[in-house]
Design a protein. Sequence first.
Length: 104
Amino acid sequence: MKKLSFVLLVCAALNALADDVAQGRAKADVACALCHGPTGIATLPNAPNLAGQQAIYLSEQLKNYRSGKRQHEVMGVIAKPLTDAEIAQLAAWYSAVKVTAEAP
Ligand code: HEC
């Protein structure tokens, strides 16, 4: 019984994460992809890649732009209306993108 409820809890958590990733992706397609690329590899030369970045780091930066603790003309405006839930979804999406690194 205990085992079953643990399994159900893990499944519910994984489902919630998958939901976050899907919703984050949908939002990013509309609001972020123009500069950060459709999969988080930046298309704008002065925008950073977000693909595969740690979710904690991404949400901290978005909250810092939102509060003004981190200042940037464009990102400040973009982050202003984001809710905590939207930030979590966007961070879940970009951190879920798999990237590989190869030494030159
Ligand atoms: C008009 C272009 C543009 C759009 C649209 C845009 N960004 Fe950005 N973003 C930038 C630029 C340029 C920077 C670098 C800002 C700086 O120097 O602090 C940046 C920085 C960031 C960072 C910090 C990355 C790091 O490595 O510290 C995050 C996170 C981020 N953007 C997320 C988003 C999300 C999420 C969206 C959509 C809701 C979005 N951005 C939309 C241009 C854009």
